[in-house]
Design a protein around this ligand. Structure first.
Ligand SMILES: [Zn+2]
Ligand SMILES: [Zn+2]
Length: 275
């Protein structure tokens, strides 16, 4: 089956225990984050029929361990020429530079090219040294990933305009977080501008970023304590309906692989027909 959009994203896992996504246009394959062990990432790639050896770069969003756990070993073990791209702040805080691995420094707002992919890092708002999200373009289609961010920054909103596949953090339901077991300081941190997007925040982000090009929305980094897949999907589905968007909403899971070709794991395959 032919797809109007040539870029494919596979979430290998998403959540506080580990994050990694593979993005490919069929020619160039990159990872965004490598937050599981290298072995685990390789196994999950194989599940999605992607060879770990085809990965030519790991793009790192920030230094938290659920995003960088396997970067070093993966880059050394599974690819002969696997680059690691990170901001200077992420590189130093995560101690990514070792003798065996060289990090290419990227900067928010400065586009770069990886094989056949155009990569645009953009600033996110998170309690990390120099966190970024990524927009990736190839052959007229685009994927945007914004996770681990307390707010959708104006820069992110600008970078993510007109993407075909929109991947937004839907970390928590505000009510579940407030009434849940987390200590007060942690609740404050999660809800702060340097924390994580809630389901409602993700819905508001969808309003800012919706366009005729949109073909799928992925919800990322769902908390197992302070959210459910149903709540995360419902918030985006309701907003999509209000916007007249007939796009699948897919909640990425911590343990399973989630593919854009076709969207799998979708709770609500058709949110609405266009009015
Ligand atoms: Zn995280
Ligand atoms: Zn983080």
């Amino acid at each position: 089956m032919a797809h109007a959009h040539s870029l494919r994203v596979v979430f290998l896992g998403s959540g506080s225990s580990g994050n990694a996504a593979a993005i490919t246009d069929g020619t160039t394959t990159v990872l965004v984050d490598c937050g599981f062990s290298a072995r685990e990432v390789a196994q999950r790639l194989s599940t999605a029929n992607i060879s770990p050896r085809s990965v030519c770069a790991v793009l790192v969003t920030h230094e938290h361990v659920d995003h960088v756990r396997g970067v070093g070993v993966f880059a050394r073990r599974h690819a002969t020429q696997c680059a690691v791209l990170a901001t200077a702040g992420t590189r130093s805080r995560a101690a990514l530079d070792t003798g065996a691995m060289c990090v290419e420094v990227v900067r928010a707002g400065k586009p770069t090219r990886v094989g056949t992919l155009d990569v645009l890092p953009f600033s996110t708002s998170h309690d990390a040294a120099e966190p970024v999200g990524f927009r990736i373009d190839s052959c007229g289609s685009a994927i945007g990933i914004a996770t681990d961010t307390g707010v959708l920054t104006d820069e992110a909103a600008e970078a993510l305009q007109g993407v075909d596949i929109l991947c937004l953090e839907s970390n928590h339901d505000v009510g579940m977080l407030e009434h849940g077991p987390y200590p007060a300081f942690l609740k404050r941190r999660i809800r702060s501008h340097a924390g994580h997007l809630s389901n409602a925040d993700a819905a508001d982000a969808l309003s800012r970023l919706a366009s005729d090009r949109l073909v799928a929305v992925f919800a990322l980094h769902r908390s197992r304590t302070n959210n459910t897949a149903e709540l995360a999907a419902a918030a985006l589905r309701v907003r999509a309906q209000e916007l007249g968007l007939g796009v699948p909403i897919v909640v990425a899971s911590q343990h399973g692989v989630c593919d854009s070709h076709p969207p799998q794991g979708s709770l609500f395959p058709e949110a609405a027909t266009r009015e």
